[in-house]
Design a protein around this ligand. Sequence first.
Ligand code: ADP
Ligand code: 5GP
Length: 199
Amino acid sequence: MKYGRLFVLSGPSGVGKSTILKELLARRKNIYFSVSATTRPPRPGEVDHVHYHFSTEEEFQQLIEDEELLEWAEYVGNYYGTPARYVNEAMEDGRDVILDIEVQGAGKVVQKRPDAVRIFIAPPSWNELERRLTERGTDAPETIHVRLSRAREEFLLARDYDYIVVNDAVENAVGALDAIMTAEHCRPAEQMRWMEQNG
Ligand code: ADP
Ligand code: 5GP
């Protein structure tokens, strides 16, 4: 039985992580996309338990107290966290798991699971990032300003990641992610385990 791998995707707000993931999930089978809990209010079109588990601060605190979260972090005034149970179940079930989480949370995941693969999605330029955030039209100008300054801080940590993928065109970025996932399954540690189990 093959175990799934854990892939951690980070990158500034508005860089295109959700867009790329949607395409990747259509292209590549056997992936579980982890749905996070958050205290952020839903954006138009976001569905509870599909995009996020939308929670009150009290509910989120309870998840922390009950040790239900693999990691959690505060991001621009809201809390975000990864429910641990589904991640473990999916990996044991042989599925790859993808987390779309910011850099502090990614650091915590790697401490707990050193074999997690970290991928940073970068914008082709800062101007383009601002344009995408503005065009998306889901955040107030003040929030966009805070998210952009947060993006510069996050970028300083990109060098610690295993891979950096530039989202210039969606097709290219999805192709790169797909290739990285395939390559990670060819690592000797994984291949040898598989071969030993199967004679
Ligand atoms: P994130 O999930 O990283 O916050 P989104 O996936 O919501 O970002 O993308 C932010 C905006 O940028 C959306 O309006 C999306 O359609 C657009 N976008 C995403 N990728 C690209 C790209 N490669 N080129 C142009 N626009 C893009
Ligand atoms: P947004 O509000 O734009 O959906 O997400 C804001 C940021 O929170 C993004 O960088 C996203 O990757 C991150 N995020 C989403 N879910 C989680 C999570 O469970 N944990 C952490 N640490 N960050 C998350």
